[in-house]
Design a protein around this ligand. Structure first.
Ligand code: TXA
Ligand code: MG
Length: 318
């Protein structure tokens, strides 16, 4: 029945060369990939995801050495960041070359590039030699997928093949960094934190968790169908809603007064990278249980905690 899901890299490469869409595993989330140089193939990504065409795509490459094929200027600090974090969960927004189709950049004069660290997708990129345009493989606005089954559940009927590389290790989307002159600016937070970037570059320009510089960073995103409430005080949120069926997304320890079977512990205290790895699977699981409300506990607002809060805040903004 599920014959469009498997581990066949050669088949995935062949389909991509033919202009078909293939879901691919990365270390962050699953992507919905097409040959970035094939405009007809890229158009299908927007159609399948129901993604607004003003929202540009990230190009995935096998190696940092390919970046200059698509980008016209790479500041020294960007090269330093690539040397430190690529392959890995980092996306750089840089001035584009003409070879990049407008449909990929939504007409912008910059292009987002990333070298994913997942071994299966690295094989695929090397084998095709193609740049792959790939947004997260979810319907626009919904929770991102961190397993092949998440992709199958929401887009399975619309894509030719899902390349299964197991559950994603990082679990939330890549950190996106643009440049103001030669100073890095974070457009989207991720498991590579502002401090990690500052350590390499020495400085960071005005940093805001609400940046609208990346068009996809609209206020509402990553949302389950079930309403989500994002709060530091889960106990009060529950006490204020007697009679409601509630699922709780928390960490450290279970919240008293709610059956543990209605709760998901994302991590032990301070194990924030585990929380990132588990976040979307937990949201998918809680959403499938059809509670009246999902209450998500706020993380400490620093490092990966800030990236997790960013996702939860948007999930609650629908
Ligand atoms: O981890 C990731 O980045 C995953 C995996 C599949 O690589 N991809 C991903 O793609 O999260 P997507 O399309 O869901 O999010 C890409 C974000 C959007 O917010 C988009 O607006 C922004 O990157 N973006 C792309 N090109 C841009 C550009 N030229 N300037 C500013 N933002 C850009
Ligand atoms: Mg996305």
């Amino acid at each position: 029945m599920f014959n469009n899901i498997g581990t066949d890299v050669a088949l995935a490469a062949e389909l991509l060369k033919q202009g078909k869409l293939v879901a691919i595993p990365t270390e962050t989330v699953y992507g919905l990939a097409a040959n970035a140089l094939d405009e007809t193939a890229v158009a299908k990504i927007y159609e399948v995801k129901q993604r607004p065409t003003v929202n540009p795509l990230i190009i995935h490459l096998a190696a940092t050495g390919q970046v200059d094929e698509f980008v016209s200027y790479v500041p020294d600090v960007a090269r330093q960041l690539m040397a430190r974090f690529c392959p890995g969960p980092l996306t750089l927004v840089l001035p584009r070359k003409k070879i990049v189709p407008d449909i990929v950049t939504a007409g912008k004069d910059t292009v987002a590039v990333r070298i994913p660290a997942h071994p299966v997708t690295h094989q695929l990129l090397s084998r095709t030699g193609l740049p792959l345009a790939a947004p997260s493989a979810n319907p626009s606005g919904y929770i991102s997928p961190t397993t092949a089954l998440h992709v199958l559940a929401t887009l399975g009927e619309k894509i030719r093949y899902i390349l299964d590389g197991g559950p994603c290790g990082a679990g939330i989307e890549s950190t996106i960094v643009g440049f103001d002159g030669d100073t890095p600016v974070i457009y989207r937070q991720g498991v590579i934190t502002a401090d990690d970037i500052r350590e390499v570059t020495g400085s960071i320009a005005h940093y805001s968790g609400h940046s609208i510089l990346a068009p996809g960073m609209s206020k509402a995103h990553y949302s389950p169908v079930t309403p989500v409430m994002f709060t530091a005080d889960v106990d009060k949120a529950i006490a204020d809603r007697p009679g409601k069926s509630i699922g709780v997304l928390t960490y450290g320890e279970y919240t008293p007064g709610i059956p543990v079977t209605d709760q998901v512990l994302l991590c032990a205290d301070s194990e924030w990278s585990s929380a990132a790895r588990n976040l979307y699977a937990a949201m998918h699981a809680l959403d499938s249980r059809k509670y009246d409300l999902i209450i998500a506990r706020q993380f400490p607002q620093s490092g990966i905690g800030a990236a997790l809060n960013d996702r939860l805040k948007r999930a609650a903004s629908k």
